[in-house]
Design a protein around this ligand. Structure first.
Ligand SMILES: Cc1cc2nc3c(=O)[nH]c(=O)nc-3n(C[C@H](O)[C@H](O)[C@H](O)COP(=O)(O)O)c2cc1C
Length: 273
């Protein structure tokens, strides 16, 4: 162990939770009697088509998934936080497990309780939540007990994605990050997300506020109008370099480096294509 660094301006603290800030999910599963359950959650991450969820073992959601491995994962936007909160002190589990009895009550009609509307899924039995702009249908591929008792890691494959047109870049399969405003759960408070700050070079939707706003820069358009070709040579945070080439041989004639946001957005869009 090293001795404390006198120049370190951080405090050492013991926070009661480490919920740094993730979007809220509403998980719908099917109960034994065929009715839907609905539960708020936030512990999750996604890689490609797989979602990994952190679920308490004593909830009705985990119990349902053990029996019927299908769920919808619905993402409310910020303005729905009160509907989510109406589900915060209820469980679909009857009787309520002892560990939860002091803080939770049994609620068989979670959709009604939240004031939300079930909407039939395409491929699986659990319904979606109509009011959520983004909805996934998913099938559980594996459930693994956590290292500590009390939670499970649920790996679920997303088999269908539904999105309202207003959060999709028109004519594409991309969610428009400028239009999409997830409800964020951070240290047990609800937040809307803040303004856009930038984008990563692999973004399929570079530009601001949308790719449609990244028109071909005039210097590239002029080069192309003479029959020249071009390619993006370098893309870094806030700057792009484009190689201008002869149309016949492909030989490089010159380069343009620019930090003009429209130019960088356009170059990023070419890279993403
Ligand atoms: C905003 C929010 C986020 C939550 N995140 C999780 C979570 O990630 N995993 C979990 O198991 N429970 C989470 N909970 C608690 C569950 O919603 C709660 O245990 C509920 O009883 C589950 O319902 P069920 O028993 O009907 O499945 C969260 C609750 C709220 C309000």
């Amino acid at each position: 162990m090293t001795s404390p660094d006198p120049t370190d301006d951080h405090l050492v603290i013991e926070p009661s939770v480490l919920y740094v800030g993730t979007p809220v999910l509403l998980l719908s599963t099917v109960n034994d009697d065929g009715t839907p359950n609905l539960a708020p959650a936030s512990s999750h991450w996604a890689l490609e088509r797989m979602l990994v969820l952190g679920l308490e073992t004593d909830g009705q959601t985990a119990r349902n998934l053990g029996e019927r491995p299908e769920l919808t994962v619905n993402f409310p936007s910020g303005d729905r936080w009160e509907a989510v909160e109406r589900l915060a002190a209820v469980t679909g589990r009857d009787p309520v497990p002892d560990a939860k009895a002091a803080q939770y009550a049994f609620e068989p009609a979670k959709f009604d309780r939240a004031g939300l509307t079930p909407q039939a899924s395409d491929l699986i039995a659990p319904p979606r939540v109509r009011e959520c702009p983004l909805q996934f249908e998913a099938v559980v591929r594996r459930m693994t007990p956590g290292v500590a008792a009390g939670y499970l890691m649920v790996e679920a494959e997303v088999v269908r994605v539904h999105a309202l047109p207003e959060v999709v870049v028109s004519g594409t399969d991309h969610i428009d990050p400028h239009a999409w405003r997830p409800l964020i759960y951070s240290f047990r408070h609800y937040f809307d997300r803040g303004p856009s700050l930038g984008w990563t070079r692999k973004s399929p939707t570079p530009g601001h506020p949308s790719p449609a706003e990244a028109p071909v820069p005039p210097e590239i358009e002029r080069w192309a109008s003479f029959g020249g070709t071009w390619e993006v040579a370098e893309l870094a945070a806030g700057s792009a370099t484009v190689r201008l080439c002869r149309c016949d041989s492909g030989e490089e004639v010159s380069r343009i480096t620019s930090s003009e946001p429209g130019f960088v957005a356009w170059a990023a869009l070419q890279e993403a294509r």
